[in-house]
Write a protein that binds this ligand. Structure first.
Ligand SMILES: [Ca+2]
Ligand SMILES: [Ca+2]
Ligand SMILES: [Ca+2]
Ligand SMILES: [Ca+2]
Length: 445
C-alpha cells in the first residue's frame, strides 16, 4: 500500500446545494440512479477518498455512513477512490467513446427494470455527474415526496486507489459491488438516500468469451444488472438469502458471474442473518417508501406478482369465489417434483390487487398451472438456470372450462442445477458486499 498524493475529503462541497437539471423534474418515487460515467465521459476521472465516500450524504441516521464504508474491507480512511468510466468498446465498432457508455447502460437497464417491474422503483440513468458529490443533489431532488423519496445512487465505474498503487479496488478486494449499510444495519426500513459502488472492471475481467460479442455483452450486462439491484437492495435493508430456493433471488450470492435474469422472490427464503420478513417481495411491497407500482393511478397495483423459487416449482393459480385467485407454490429439490421442500399459499383479490398478473417461475424446472377462468391478463416467464441452460423444461398448463393445454417453450431437459443449499458465509459478520474471494467463490480468471 502506498501513501502518495492524497486528496482531502471534499466535505466542504458535500453539503452545498447544487442546481442540477434533475431538481426541476418530478421524481415521485423511490429511484435507482445508475451512473455509468456518462457525465464524466470516457478517459476522465473523478476522485474522492474512502472517508468522504463513506459520508457521501452525511454520516447516516445510525452513523454507519450514507456511502459505502470501504474501511470495512480493509482500506484506510485517507485512501483515494478514483472513478473512471469503464474503457470498453461495448458496441464493438473499434472506437472506445461515450457511445460505448450509452450502449453499456442500454444493455443493463432493461435487466434491472425487468426484476423491479412490480415495484414502485424508477430506474434513471444519470448523465450529468462530474464529481462524486454530485450524487447528493441527484438523490435529494425527490426528498419529501410521500410516494417514495429514499433512493440508491449506484456508481458503476472502474475504480482505482492509491492504496493499490493506482490498481483496481474491485480486483484487489474481489468485489463485484458493495453498498452503504446504514439502513441495512438498522433494519428499520428504507429511511434515507444511500450510495453504492459497482466495480465494473471486476465483472468485466471475469466474463469469458470474445469481448464485443453478443454473448459476452449479455453475460457482462446481466452480472452488472444483478450487482446493481443486489447492492441497491442492501440499501433498502435486504439481507443475503441462501439455499436452493434462493437461487436467482435478488439478494442471494451467486457462485461467480450472474449471467441470467434475477427476481425479487415471493417465497419465504433462508437468510444469512435473522430477519423479521423472510419474503423479499413482501418486504419491498410493504416498505412505506417502496411499495407496488400503480402507474395508471387507479388505486390498485399494476401487477399482482407471483414467483416460484430457485428450486423446481409447481405454481398453481385457481379461480376462487368473488374474483379471488388462489395461489399455491410448491418448491421441490428435484426436477421430477417428488421431493417437496416447502409450500406456500396466498390469494390475489383481482378487484383490489391486480390490473394484471405477472408470474416468474425463476430458475429450474417449473410447472405453471393456470385456471383459464381467471379474468385477467397474465404474463408468464419461465426463467433461466444459473448455468446458462436456456431450455430447462419449464411448462405452462392452462386448465378450467374444459381446457387442458400444456405449453413447453423449449425442449425438455432435467433443468439446471442451482447452487448447493449450503453456501459459504460472506466474510463480514453482517453481509453487505458481493464478494468473489478465492476462498469462498470460484473465480476463474
Ligand atoms: Ca465503440
Ligand atoms: Ca431522495
Ligand atoms: Ca436506503
Ligand atoms: Ca424455471
Amino acid at each position: 500500500m502506498t501513501f502518495g498524493s492524497r486528496r482531502k475529503p471534499d466535505s466542504a462541497r458535500r453539503y452545498q446545494p447544487r442546481l442540477e437539471p434533475l431538481e426541476d423534474r418530478a421524481l415521485p418515487t423511490t429511484t435507482l440512479f445508475l451512473d455509468f460515467g456518462r457525465g464524466l465521459g470516457i478517459g476522465n476521472t473523478m476522485s474522492t477518498t474512502v472517508a468522504a465516500f463513506r459520508d457521501l450524504d452525511g454520516p447516516g441516521l445510525g452513523g454507519n455512513g450514507t456511502g459505502t464504508d470501504m474501511t470495512g474491507v480493509g482500506m484506510s480512511a485517507g485512501d483515494t477512490l478514483e472513478f473512471r468510466p469503464l474503457s470498453y468498446d461495448f458496441d464493438n465498432n473499434g472506437v472506445v467513446n461515450n457511445a460505448d457508455i450509452d450502449a453499456f447502460a442500454a444493455a443493463v437497464v432493461p435487466i434491472v427494470q425487468r426484476a423491479l417491474e412490480p415495484f414502485d422503483i424508477n430506474v434513471v440513468v444519470v448523465t450529468t455527474t462530474t464529481a462524486v458529490s454530485d450524487a447528493v443533489a441527484v438523490m435529494s431532488a425527490n426528498d419529501g415526496d410521500p410516494t417514495g423519496q429514499f433512493d440508491a445512487y449506484v456508481f458503476i465505474y472502474d475504480i482505482r486507489s492509491d492504496a493499490y498503487s493506482g490498481g483496481s479496488v474491485g480486483d484487489n478486494n474481489g468485489l463485484f459491488g458493495i453498498a452503504a449499510a446504514d439502513d441495512l444495519f438498522r433494519q428499520l426500513g428504507n429511511l434515507q438516500d444511500e450510495g453504492v459502488l459497482v466495480f465494473s472492471d471486476f465483472s468485466f475481467n471475469l466474463v469469458s468469451g470474445t469481448p464485443g460479442s453478443a454473448q459476452f455483452n449479455s453475460d457482462f450486462a446481466h452480472d452488472i444488472a444483478f450487482t446493481i439491484t443486489h447492492e441497491a437492495f442492501h440499501t433498502f435493508t435486504f439481507i443475503h438469502t441462501n439455499g436452493l430456493t434462493a437461487s436467482g433471488d435478488v439478494i442471494s450470492v451467486p457462485p461467480g458471474l450472474m449471467v441470467n435474469p434475477h427476481m425479487v422472490t415471493r417465497f419465504d427464503l433462508a437468510h444469512v442473518n435473522a430477519v423479521a420478513e423472510p419474503n423479499n417481495y413482501l418486504l419491498a411491497a410493504n416498505d412505506p417508501d417502496i411499495g407496488l407500482r400503480d402507474a395508471n393511478g387507479n388505486g390498485r397495483p399494476d401487477l399482482a406478482y407471483v414467483t416460484g423459487t430457485g428450486a423446481h416449482d409447481i405454481i398453481t393459480l385457481t379461480s376462487g369465489a368473488a374474483g379471488v385467485v388462489n395461489v399455491q407454490v410448491q418448491a421441490f429439490s428435484d426436477a421430477a417434483h417428488t421431493a417437496l421442500i416447502a409450500t406456500e399459499s396466498y390469494t390475489i383479490n383481482l378487484a383490489t390487487e391486480a390490473d394484471a398478473i405477472l408470474i416468474d417461475g425463476g430458475i429450474n424446472r417449473d410447472d405453471i398451472i393456470i385456471d383459464g377462468r381467471i379474468n385477467r391478463t397474465i404474463r408468464v416467464r419461465g426463467g433461466i438456470g444459473l448455468d446458462g441452460v436456456t431450455g430447462e423444461g419449464d411448462r405452462l398448463h392452462v386448465t378450467g372450462q374444459g381446457l387442458g393445454v400444456t405449453y413447453a417453450p423449449a425442449a425438455a431437459s432435467t433443468g439446471a442445477s442451482g447452487p448447493s443449499p449450503s453456501r459459504a458465509a460472506p466474510p463480514s459478520s453482517f453481509p453487505r458486499s458481493r464478494t468473489a474471494s478465492s476462498a469462498t467463490l470460484p473465480v476463474t480468471h
